[in-house]
Write a protein that binds this ligand. Structure first.
Ligand code: AMP
Ligand code: ZN
Length: 114
């Protein structure tokens, strides 16, 4: 999609700090990090949200999740714990409509409480 920010990152047309890249997925640092580790993992192919990706190519969704775990290991947060989030739809806070997994870690993530 020519007007998609994350497609432009995949194409190298918009700069990003890439931390891992595979054949079908890429991981880069969030520009506005909410935790010491805040990395976005995306498929290179354009799918608007995890809903469409799950319907179109669940294997690729599995690759995104596998890569999210490898990011956590690389960042050293797999031991202390990390969170993987897909905001799905504007009502859930999704602002970029190219599916992305947020990988968050490196601080206490006190949700849900208790
Ligand atoms: P969401 O609200 O779930 O759609 O998340 C979009 C995320 O993309 C936000 O956390 C933004 O900080 C992040 N973001 C927006 N533009 C860029 C960019 N150019 N490079 C890296 N991350 C970005
Ligand atoms: Zn895209």
């Amino acid at each position: 999609m020519s007007d998609c920010l994350f497609c432009k990152i995949v194409a190298g047309e918009v700069p990003a700090t890439i931390v891992r890249e595979g054949e079908r997925v890429v991981a880069f640092r969030d520009i506005n990090p909410q935790a010491p580790t805040h990395v976005l993992v995306i498929p290179k192919d354009h799918h608007p949200s995890v809903a469409e990706l799950a319907a179109a190519d669940v294997g690729l969704l599995g690759e995104v999740l596998g890569e999210a775990h490898r990011v956590a290991v690389d960042e050293g947060v797999d031991g202390t714990g990390y969170r993987v989030v897909f905001n799905t739809g504007a009502g859930a806070g999704q602002t970029v409509f190219h599916v992305h997994a947020h990988v968050l870690g490196g601080r206490g993530l006190n949700w849900p409480p208790g």
